[in-house]
Design a protein around this ligand. Structure first.
Ligand SMILES: [Zn+2]
Length: 82
């Protein structure tokens, strides 16, 4: 993970100083969705009876809010939904 990633971001867009372009911006948030590769991995895990592990991977990957800079478009932080 990039050292410049901001901490203490919430699930909503926030006014921050971007660590990359140093502009004062309101972050653009998006929830990271499960992609087909991860779904395939989950199915494989279920098949080989590693279901609990697969579910942990699924839940974590499906509940991350990404904060992006509206100026330079870089991801400047994440927030894990609980
Ligand atoms: Zn920026």
């Amino acid at each position: 993970m990039d050292k410049r990633m901001l901490k203490n971001l919430g699930p909503e867009p926030e006014l921050v100083l971007c660590p990359y372009c140093e502009q004062k911006i309101i972050t653009k948030t998006s929830i990271k969705l499960l992609n087909s590769t991860k779904l395939f991995v989950c199915l494989m895990c279920l098949v080989i009876t590693l279901a609990p592990l697969a579910l942990v991977v699924y839940k974590e990957s499906d509940r991350i809010v990404k904060h992006k800079c509206t100026s330079c478009k870089k991801t400047i932080g994440t927030y894990l939904l609980t």
